[in-house]
Design a protein around this ligand. Structure first.
Ligand code: SF4
Length: 245
């Protein structure tokens, strides 16, 4: 183990870090270096040493136009290589409700809008049933680019894209977030619990209440679950209006 700014040996470094741990480790090193403290790094990671400016994610400071532009030109993960276009999100920029799915599918990738096609129509109907519409809520995905063949997002992709959604939530300031489907719920709540066990409860994403329900595409395949989804939306409406639940 060798130092990037001197010579010597230090305590053991983890041999393998997942993308999130790696980001944290890189930030730790950059901050220590910025404070004038020698940072010891493995020889094989020396080339990956970033500077501190590169690690300070500017997305958290962007306004809507800047964020939209940053997303449309984003190359943070490999999904930019296969997308037709980014899918930023649609709806009111000051909505009480925010609906969050996982990632664009083929039709969304083609049209640049989340939740289109049959599943999108069902979502529209669900929104109408609670007195809302595509224009009155804000609808987005955790990832803004389509994973090839609609596979689940990889951890490094969701980590790379997460700040885009976080900034959208900060700007919209919704009263309630509804995560639709297993992947969105898992990515937002950092869990692997089945949707059936997460729904019916009020979770928190930072200061914002978050509820989980089934993805409309799943409801098209399993219409008998629509009743549960309706119950979830009614619970979300009660949370949104501040009623005790
Ligand atoms: S998925 Fe997100 S992080 Fe990856 S290229 Fe698209 S916008 Fe950037």
């Amino acid at each position: 183990m060798y130092c990037g700014h001197g010579r010597g040996k230090l305590t053991a470094e983890p041999e393998y870090l997942n993308p999130e741990m790696m980001q944290t480790e890189l930030q730790r090193r950059a901050y220590l270096r910025a404070m004038g403290i020698d940072v010891w790094i493995p020889r094989d990671q020396a080339d990956a040493e970033p500077d501190i400016e590169a690690l300070q994610d500017p997305v958290g400071e962007l306004d809507w136009d800047e964020l939209r532009s940053a997303v449309s030109g984003c190359t943070r993960c490999r999904l930019h290589e296969t997308r037709t276009q980014t899918v930023f999100g649609v709806g009111s920029l000051v909505a009480d409700w925010m609906i969050v799915g996982e990632a664009p599918g083929a039709e969304e990738d083609r049209r640049g809008e989340p939740f289109v096609g049959r599943a999108g129509k069902l979502l529209d109907e669900m929104l109408r049933a609670i007195g809302e519409s595509r224009a009155s809520v804000f609808i987005a995905n955790v990832l803004k680019c389509r994973p090839p063949n609609n596979r689940d997002p990889k951890p490094d992709e969701s980590t790379a894209c997460r700040s885009h959604l976080e900034r959208q939530i900060e700007l919209v300031q919704p009263k309630v977030i509804v995560a639709v489907g297993r992947v969105a719920a898992h990515l937002l709540l950092d869990t692997d619990e089945p949707v059936g066990r997460m729904r019916g409860k009020v979770h928190q994403l930072g200061d914002t209440p978050l509820l989980v329900t089934y993805h409309p595409a799943y409801l098209l395949r399993s219409p008998s679950q629509k009743r549960k989804s309706w119950d979830d939306l009614c619970l979300a409406r009660r949370v949104m209006s501040g009623a005790s639940v």
